[in-house]
Design a protein around this ligand. Sequence first.
Ligand SMILES: Cc1cc2nc3c(=O)[nH]c(=O)nc-3n(C[C@H](O)[C@H](O)[C@H](O)COP(=O)(O)O)c2cc1C
Length: 293
Amino acid sequence: MSEYSNETIKLLNERASLRAFSDRKISDEVMDEILGAATHSASGGNLQPFSIIKITDKEIMEKIVSFGNQSFIKTAPVNLLFCIDFYRIKRMTQIEKAPFTAQKAFPHFWIAFQDTMIAAQTACIAADSLGLGSVYIGTIFTIPESLEGSVEVLELPEGVLPVVLVSMGYPKIQPRVAKKYGISTLVHENKYRKPSDEEMKKAVEEKYLSRILKVKGDDTRIEKIRSVCEKVENKEFADEVVNQIEETGVISTFQYRFGLHYSADFMPSMNETFVEMIKRRGFEIFENPDFLK
Ligand SMILES: Cc1cc2nc3c(=O)[nH]c(=O)nc-3n(C[C@H](O)[C@H](O)[C@H](O)COP(=O)(O)O)c2cc1C
């Protein structure tokens, strides 16, 4: 007997990102079931300020990869680009003759971002339930060349901002289910409960133990971590970090995450670029509009 009380709960607990797609085509009926579910998602004020670009053309997929995205994207039979879309709402307000400042309002942007991700996740769950799999590609938005390139190739009008791409298809190989922090780490009842250091260490160990990074002989990663730490903290902190790595022979989970992978000096350096990218798509959400000045 399954440990789950129904198939939906089982599906949600056993889902995993799929990056190896078989050649099997997705029928129009199946695709429409997935897209139908996504478009039926909850939406703030039921405005549905998003669009989904269904990419089936391999040449377009090639181009999207060439903008710096991962190459497995083009092996998927379909890629769904989930975008915030105020172009459509603006057009509708023009037709009806209604006031429109949603593109100038951070609250609308915030809700639209949530709506867009909820629609994307609904599509992913629907796909899983039909025997397909999927993976989110966040880089579509985080690499400026990828955002600009996608806008051009997909002919996205002003007011349409790509948020996330979902590569989707039938599995070639069933993906491994990832370890997660569980209820005891992520859920708080009524009030936020600050865990002890021991609890935190245990949670991290349980999630990442099998992926400990042992230091190799002449490990250039240590110098990289040192330079990141020195830049964002100071020399004393950098020495402490390096001493710890040398003593334990291990680069810890978060020394890897924020010292190497999402390096703590690089990530904030993108702030202004992001603001510019969002502005260039026609969102004036970082300052007051003229009528308020
Ligand atoms: C917003 C978001 C962006 C992501 N971007 C990428 C990506 O660019 N490339 C990729 O291979 N996986 C991407 N992923 C998938 C994560 O790596 C994956 O969800 C995570 O490793 C946990 O594995 P699981 O989905 O199998 O549980 C993304 C996931 C999310 C939610």
